[in-house]
Design a protein around this ligand. Structure first.
Ligand code: KG4
Ligand code: ZN
Length: 377
């Protein structure tokens, strides 16, 4: 079964073809057209500009996905599209395109939740060898969802059964990375740049002129800056990041002159990343302890953060060796349509024949929803 998937919830226009086989879900093509250059001028995503770019790009991106998969519309069995959450003007372009194709090509249409897509990116398998033989064996599954709009710990006892164990009380973690980047004068999108500066700072040799021996390379340099770890000790699985952002703001106000110093900026990135990762790892540890899941996954754009991945890997290896740790491939960590196709493949397979037939008519009724809730099946 071939699924054409579309994703336009924020600032990436994406289309992909995924194939569901008895061995698992495989990506046949995944095309992402980024709008970073456009929004960088404004320091963030401008919804109407994003929509205009999506409208311009969606047809070429769909054509490219089909071409790269070496398929024609006739080979497609299902169209999937991100229905929400996201920016309404942006979502409207993807859903309208998907509804049009569904009507013209006479293909069933399925709306997908963006975060469900991020979680199911963990079930994409490139080769049959790496396939998980029996997907039911992955449950109960704990998911740490970390994106630009979400920070949640979720427990899944089966496919599409989501129990939110804890979530942010204010800013999402990706949003906080982006805001701190802005305070530091780093260009949009700041998250990956803050991470890069932090990783560079940690591994920097302080004075390569004086001492070049390999053993002098300081691993995990210590910083004198200290930011808070909000809610790390709280007796629950919730998060809060706005206080951390405010601490960075006040700290920078006191050290305005140092902002000219590149090493100082990188050190702030490092300490901010450590504070964030400490909290995410600490809360994950508590959730793993309380729920003993069979599998742990990370999902959303911040799952691309290497420091976070490494610290979580260490935690699992040292404290929870019986829990399987799945991570999405880096290219499926950030927004993409392959993850939407993967979630659609699992959803479609779980529908009754009557429900599957009804999707032939869903182009009439499917509408985007900026706050779409994650629904059980
Ligand atoms: O999932 P995503 O692509 O879009 C949303 O659904 O929100 O996540 C984007 C977020 C942005 O806030 C971006 O700064 C952050 O993920 N991000 C990172 C990294 N790569 C992307 N944050 C920290 N470290 C990274 N390497
Ligand atoms: Zn996303």
């Amino acid at each position: 079964m071939h699924i054409l998937a579309l994703e336009t919830s924020c600032d990436d226009t994406a289309a992909a073809v995924v194939e569901q086989t008895p061995e698992g879900v495989f990506v046949r093509s995944s095309v992402v057209s980024s709008q970073i250059a456009l929004h960088a001028t404004y320091g963030g995503v401008v919804p109407n500009l994003a929509a205009r770019e999506h409208a311009r790009n969606i047809v070429p991106v769909v054509e490219a996905a089909l071409r790269s998969a070496k398929l024609t519309p006739r080979d497609i069995d299902l169209i999937a599209v991100t229905q929400g959450p996201g920016l309404i003007p942006a979502l409207l372009v993807g859903t309208t395109a998907a509804k049009t194709l569904s009507f013209l090509w006479r293909k069933p249409l399925l709306g997908v939740h963006h975060i469900e897509g991020h979680i199911y990116a963990n079930f994409i398998r490139q080769t049959p060898q790496s396939n998980i033989e029996n997907h039911t064996s992955v449950f109960p599954l704990l998911a740490l969802v970390v994106s630009g709009g979400h920070t949640q710990l979720m427990l899944m006892r089966d496919h599409f059964q989501y129990e939110i164990l804890g979530e942010t009380q204010d800013d999402a973690v990706g949003e906080c990375f982006d805001k701190v980047a802005r305070l530091l004068g780093l260009p949009y999108p700041g998250g990956p740049l803050v991470a890069k500066r932090a990783d560079d700072w940690r591994n920097l040799i302080p004075d390569p002129e004086k001492d070049t021996s390999e053993s002098s390379k300081i691993k995990d340099r210590e910083s004198k800056i200290q930011f808070p770890r909000p809610m790390l000790q709280s007796d629950d699985l919730h998060f809060s990041f706005s206080g951390l952002k405010t601490s960075v703001l006040y700290f920078l106000k006191k050290h305005e002159a140092d902002m000219q110093n590149e090493d100082f900026v990188s050190e702030v990135c490092h300490e901010f990343q450590e504070a964030t990762v400490d909290v995410l790892v600490g809360k994950t540890e508590r959730a793993l302890q309380e729920h003993s899941p069979r599998t742990f996954v990370i999902a959303g754009g911040v799952s691309a953060n290497v420091r976070l991945r490494n610290r979580l890997r260490n935690l699992l290896d040292e404290r929870f060796p019986d829990t399987k740790f799945l991570t999405p491939e880096f290219r499926y960590s950030l927004d993409n349509a392959a993850m939407i196709g993967a979630a659609a493949a699992f959803r479609f397979a779980a529908l009754s024949p009557t429900e599957q037939s009804a999707l032939a008519e869903s182009w009439r009724t499917l509408n985007p929803d900026a706050n779409l809730p994650l629904s059980h099946l």
